[in-house]
Design a protein around this ligand. Sequence first.
Ligand code: SIN
Ligand code: CO
Length: 378
Amino acid sequence: MSYSLTINVDQFLTHYWHKKPTIIKAGFAHFVDPISPDELAGLSMEEEIDSRFISHQQGQWSVEHGPFDDSLFANLPQSHWQLVVQACNHWHLGAAELVKPFQFLPQWLFDDLMVCYCAPNGGVGPHIDQYDVFIVQGSGQRHWQVGAKDEGQYQESIQAGALRQITGFDAIIDQVLLPGDILYIPAGFPHQGNTLEAGMSYSIGFRSPKERELLSHFADYVIANDNGDAHLHNPEMASQTHHGEIQTSDLDKLTAMLRSALQSEKDIHDSLGGLLSQPRHQLDIVELDSPVTATEIQSHLRNSGILHKVSGLKTLYRQDHMSCIYINGDVFPAESEHLVHLLCNQTSISHQDIDDKLSQTDVELIVCLVNAGFWYLS
Ligand code: SIN
Ligand code: CO
């Protein structure tokens, strides 16, 4: 099943992205759920997959974390609960299709596809997210309310040890979502959904990094690359009268030292590429029993085999510098722009894609990526 949006994405970006929430009625025409409630329950039973069961019985919130077993599903209450599974796009290829229509936004901003099965009156209560989210209504119906942007007017509290909520808000959006409708909520706008008719909902989340995250990752990069290991060197030291004083000239030297760490564009870009390509959720990477060779990969492709990229793997490159790619937090050299496109802008590679178009070095990179488990043969 493939999905396409009914809206003009440029108009959406101009009027709503990072500005205000909106409802896109029938954003997907004739919407069909890509995953069934049973399949979702199956995913929530897996160790590697992050899932939660949120319930609100007799006015009491409770949150349980997966993996779950049959005992949960054998004793479900009639109403007031919701099963939430993160990063379903990593584990269910049908569900991953629902991410593709949102690829007009950059891969580096995308976080994950969270899927919920909601029983009648299921919800997670009023809250504020740090994410921009498109909530696609699947089967069922939910009543959504969204309030004005958080400017510090809302009081946050933690329910059941794990559920961030606010006490309430005045709704600026108040509507029932039907299958195929999409609610876009920028980060910082309070919202809550209440389920009117049991069904599925899909949250396609985007997360913009914070300045402190860029700085902290850059510091990690500096240490990992053994940069900045020289001590301050000042053979011109003069005596000073006040022992406790940090002289302005010394502060200037230290400030210059700190600034010089941020002078190298290469280091900044590699640090950013590493950060932006790091996954936030576990990937379905399978270790190979034994390494594959270039010949084996080539013969696989010649025999109509395909190389698939692990779903959800982040593969990025810089517009101005296509001789390296960032994958899963690491940087790899790439010789041809053709290979960069194959690896970063496609989810699979076929024989036609590479037929005589790659250098020996490019082939070696593919072999290395297959052996790392980032691409797999099928
Ligand atoms: C929900 O479906 O209720 C949780 C999704 C969200 O509020 O971001
Ligand atoms: Co939310």
